[in-house]
Design a protein around this ligand. Structure first.
Ligand code: GDP
Ligand code: MG
Length: 174
């Protein structure tokens, strides 16, 4: 759409344990705590200025059922943009990410902006999924790709969330 949204809803999807909560908390507080609640979906509200207007950013941190996106139909329908997260150290979570991307494409005729976030880059020595594999998956679903680490103050977390917000706002010149 072309209206300027005052509220932007960014949905985090992906397998349990990939770092969705850690990334949300890192973006919002610039901190890494280590352990996060995961039993229920948590919505973080945060105001920020985008295109010189105050907006409310809602980050919907989906609950970690055994890694499937099938349970999040309502959240996917309501999302202004979606971040699908996997861990570079966990090939199973990469398969889950693919299923989540497929689910978003299934549910949404009008595709929201999507970012594919490859997390836990600090554990590069335990890597199971290459950058090329990640980039190819992102390309397949027309998603923005970023390799990040919630544990380290990685420079790519903030730009990725800002990309999702900017794209969803819908009234910027770009
Ligand atoms: P969620 O289930 O996707 O929300 O995952 P969490 O955010 O709860 O993170 C799961 C576990 O992975 C926790 O023990 C986090 O401390 C850890 N974790 C999250 N992000 C990173 C990261 O970038 N690097 C490392 N080494 N651990 C991480
Ligand atoms: Mg969580």
């Amino acid at each position: 759409g072309t209206t300027c949204a005052a509220k932007i809803n960014v949905l985090l999807l992906g397998a349990k344990g990939v770092g969705k909560s850690a990334l949300a908390v890192r973006f919002l507080t610039h901190r890494f705590i280590g352990e996060y609640h995961s039993a229920v979906t948590i919505v973080y509200r945060h105001s920020m200025v985008v295109d010189s207007r105050e907006r409310v950013l809602e980050i919907v941190d989906s609950s970690a059922k055994p890694g499937e996106c099938s349970l999040h139909k309502a959240e996917i329908s309501a999302a202004d943009s979606v971040a699908v997260v996997y861990s570079v150290t966990d090939a199973e979570s990469f398969s889950t990410a693919r299923r989540c991307l497929q689910r978003v494409h299934e549910i949404r005729d009008e595709r929201p902006p999507i970012a594919l976030m490859a997390n836990k880059l600090d554990l590069d020595h335990c890597r199971e999924i290459t950058r090329t594999e990640g980039e190819e998956l992102a390309e397949e679903f027309n998603a923005h790709y970023a390799e990040v680490s919630a544990a380290e103050s990685s420079s790519d977390i903030e730009p990725t969330f800002l990309y999702l917000v900017q794209k969803a706002v819908g009234c910027s010149a770009s």
